[in-house]
Design a protein around this ligand. Structure first.
Ligand SMILES: [Zn+2]
Length: 101
């Protein structure tokens, strides 16, 4: 398996981001099932820890848009948790400050 160039990785990621809404991702902690919404037979298992996806593209190149989608999903979830925690803290501070009025 040849090593991917940076520009090849960028192309794969761009494709993943462009098609992100066309797929459903089920899973957590790096292990996901990535299902094509319009054709559910196109369903792939991604394991980020093992750096694998069972699609033909990943078998050939060792990276694919499904892996990129899982990486994106994990960033989104992490940010969401961060945002939720910040929002909770802000809400609590607000309630403490204005509870006496
Ligand atoms: Zn794949």
């Amino acid at each position: 398996m040849k090593l991917l160039t940076k520009s090849r990785i960028i192309v794969i990621r761009a494709r993943a981001y462009a098609q992100f809404e066309d797929y459903t991702l089920n899973g957590a902690n790096g292990k996901y099932t990535v299902i094509h919404n319009a054709d559910t037979r196109r369903c792939y298992s991604v394991d980020l820890h093992a750096r694998t996806c069972d699609c033909p593209a990943c078998e050939k190149e060792g990276y694919c848009k499904h892996c990129a989608m899982v990486q994106l999903e994990e960033v989104v979830r992490e940010r969401h948790e961060q945002w939720k925690a910040e929002w909770e803290a802000e809400r609590e501070a607000y309630c403490d400050r204005y509870a006496k009025y």
